[in-house]
Structure formats: C-alpha cells, structure tokens
Write a new protein. Structure first.
Length: 242
C-alpha cells in the first residue's frame, strides 16, 4: 500500500533518513519506534509530502507522492501538536474542514461522539486543555474515512479513558483493512494494537518485523520487554541476520 524505496533526507550535513526502504500493507498497525531524533517524524512528513526527500521514492499504491497530490485525501493525519485558528470554536473548525472537503459527505463522527465533543463544541480552541485539543486532532484524522491513518504520538496527553477509546477505534479501523502508522514512546499504549514494528536508529532501518515473530524470538510478551531485549548487543544480528 505504501512503498518506500531508498529514501534519504538530510538537513544540512545531518542525515535524518538514510537509504530507507519499507513496504507497508493494508490491515496492519505499524508502530514506528526509535530513540529521539531517529527520523520517525521525518519519515511521516515525507509520506505526507511535508518534507521533500533528496533521493528515493514513496508510492501510495500507484501514486508517486512527489508528483501526484490527490493521494493526500486518502490519508488521515494526527500531528504531535495540532495547530488551529485559536479564536474558532471546535464546531467551527470541524465545519470549516467539512466545507473544504465538501466532495466528501460521509463523515465518521464516531470518535467525536465517544469523546463527548458535541457537548463542548462551542468552546474556542484557545480555551481547550492539551488533552481536549488532542481529542479534536484525533477526531479530525478519522473524519473523512481515510484508508491510511498516520498518528504521531496520539495518546500523549490523553486521559486513560480517552486513550482506550482511541485504541478501540484504531483496532476497529484496522479490522476494516486500513493501514495505521503510529509513533509513540509509551510502548504500553501500543501493546494491544501493534501488528508490526519498524525500528529506526540514526535514520536507518534497524528492523521491520511482525510483532508475533518478535515475541517468539525474544520470549517476551510485552512490547517494552520485546524492544529492550532486541536492543541488547548483537541480539538482532544473531536472530535476524541484519
Ligand atoms: N527542519 C529541520 N531542520 C533541521 N534538522 C531537522 C529538521 N527536522 C528534523 N531535523 C533533525 O532530524 C533528526 C530526526 O528528527 P525527527 O523529528 O524525525 O526525529 P523523531 O524520531 O521523530 O524524534 P522524536 O522521538 O524526538 O519525536 C533530528 O536530529 C532533528 O533535529
């Protein structure tokens, strides 16, 4: 569904992505992991066309991200920090986006309902708590029923109930055959929803594996333990030969 081939991106002399190749398939929840500064957001932004790589290519089905912009309407994006017109209410922001995307009339407002946003939709964006702002961002990502969801630290700042509601929604959409690409440093939040792990370090792909395969190889069940074991010296070389 998303084919990334030999992707590289530098900022000045610094290589944020280094010859990265990946094939992401529908029906999977792919957790994008790696230390701070390893290139996760740069990869996400390259897929969204917000960062222009200097070499390599990204194709979404047959559309090349570089030249075919229509693909963007098929992606729902939840940024790490959502920025909105501060003087607009939640309702005005949502309606504005519906007007911009007026070709799309079948909206998915399920998450909006479960978060209880209709009851507070008269509030201005300026007045919202960080977590409520995150809820608005999450709802907007799902609103136009995209085939691909890219969620950058989606549970950061959400209370435990909201976090569970969002995870339930992610599982539900994945079961419909959508591709979910998600980053988080809170591995416990990814435990029940991840099907595959992409691990980046210094802009390079360290591994891309099915999570069940990783659990068998490490003898661990929890994602944080799986990753900790994998990061031990030489474990990856010995078990996966990469
Ligand atoms: N616009 C930019 N200009 C210069 N350097 C940048 C820019 N964007 C990212 N970088 C650098 O590229 C590297 C990768 O950044 P990126 O945001 O992709 O990392 P990340 O894995 O998402 O990190 P985190 O876990 O902290 O969110 C970092 O060293 C960062 O400083």
């Amino acid at each position: 569904m998303i084919t990334i081939t030999n992707l590289s991106k530098s900022f000045g002399r610094f290589k944020a992505l280094d010859n990265l190749s990946l094939q992401l398939e529908r029906g999977n929840t792919v957790s994008l992991l790696g230390p701070n500064g390893s290139g996760k957001t740069t990869l996400i932004k390259s897929i969204l066309g917000l960062v222009i790589p200097e070499s390599g290519s990204i194709a979404i089905n047959d559309a090349q991200v570089k030249t075919d912009f229509a693909y963007r309407s098929r992606i729902g994006y939840m940024p790490q920090i959502g920025r909105y017109p501060e003087n607009m209410t939640i309702k005005q922001v949502i309606n504005m986006l519906k007007e911009i995307r007026s070709d799309h009339r079948d909206h998915d407002e399920e998450l909006m309902e479960s978060f209880g946003l209709p009851a507070i939709q008269h509030k201005t964006m300026r007045s919202l708590s960080g977590g409520t702002r995150q809820k608005v961002s999450a709802c907007l990502a799902f609103l136009f029923r995209p085939d691909i969801l890219i969620l950058d630290e989606p549970t950061a700042g959400l209370d435990p109930l909201a976090s569970e509601l969002l995870k339930d929604k992610i599982v539900k959409e994945r079961n419909k055959g959508k591709l979910i690409l998600i980053t988080s440093h809170v591995l416990s939040d990814l435990d029940e929803i991840t099907s595959h792990v992409v691990y980046l370090q210094d802009g390079k792909l360290v591994f891309y594996k099915d999570v069940e395969e990783l659990k068998v190889a490490t003898g661990e069940q929890k994602l944080n333990k799986v990753i900790a074991t994998l990061m031990q010296k030489d474990f990856i070389n010995q078990h996966f030969g990469v």
